[in-house]
Write a protein that binds this ligand. Sequence first.
Ligand code: XIL
Length: 345
Amino acid sequence: MKKRKWIWIGGAILIIGIAIGGYLMEKQTLRKLAENDDLLIGSSIRYDALLEDDTYQRLATTEFSSWTIENEMKMDAMQPEQGAFNFVKVDEMVQMAEEHDIKLRGHVLVWGEALPEWVSQQVVDRASAEQVLKTHIQELVKHYKGSIDTFDVVNEAWNDDGTLRDTIWLRTIGPDYIPLAFQWAREANPDAKLYYNDYGNEMSNAKSEAMLEALSNWKKDGIPIDGIGMQTHVDAADYRFSKNRIQKWFTRIEDAGFDIAVTEMDVKLQNLNNGDAKNVQAERFGDVMEVCLDTPACGEFTVWGISDNHSWVTEQESPNGKPLLFDENGQPKKAYNTLKRKLLF
Ligand code: XIL
């Protein structure tokens, strides 16, 4: 009789516990839950969608504690004509972020893409390239001093085989463009957190090994590289994905003395035809979140867009990609709830 009673009490406590957990999860935003873990939870943000789409704006301001400027800070948008900087849109986003107590991530200072046309005419040798790059970096970093203090300084500098990617900056300046960019950014704002950012670098492979070796050597020489951003664009059909490998790699980056950010995560579904896509997607997001939470150096988890209708995958690859946390109507998907669960427990 006694034993039965205890089973009943135990069962009741369990059910109440589950109910409270469910209630807490339901009521909390991603942002609230992430605060308890001391983690920034971010999304890339688009100016037009922010102004024109109410659902997008609501989710952007309530669910996330960090915004990465998706396109408006790239060189073609920021300096469409040489010397004529266009800060207007990003300034507005900064103001909006401040109103909602949201941190901003500057993206990106140096990249081989999104270049304005004038660059190919004006950047002809090492001297002109250095001059253009230094001015661009320092004007931006100085303008946003006090409002944006984390930057993706150099983006996507390596090829998959570990060689350096052929960009106008590599052709004119050589590999030095990378450490120089960090030094110029540091000069413009001694307090900024400066990141190298890339895709396909979230596990050990030829590209990421080459990247880590070069960045570590520069860091040892005093180049101010604070962190490494792992974009983490995932194809749900990619069988190489491995939580264990990501965990090992994050630990190695941490041991090398770098801060870590997951900077652009999305999980595209168009290549997975087994009917289980939504579960696989949720699992991938959950795995990377878990690794980030288990790695003290990982301070930010950012997704590349809010809802599937404002995603580069949908626009540039396939309408079946549906790679984000919210559907076309702004309704949370399984992946959203999985992230919340990882943050809560
Ligand atoms: C993408 C944007 O999402 C698109 O809207 C734009 O047309 C092209 O760039 N790596 C990066 C991001 O660092 O800046 C890219 O963003 C996606 C890949």
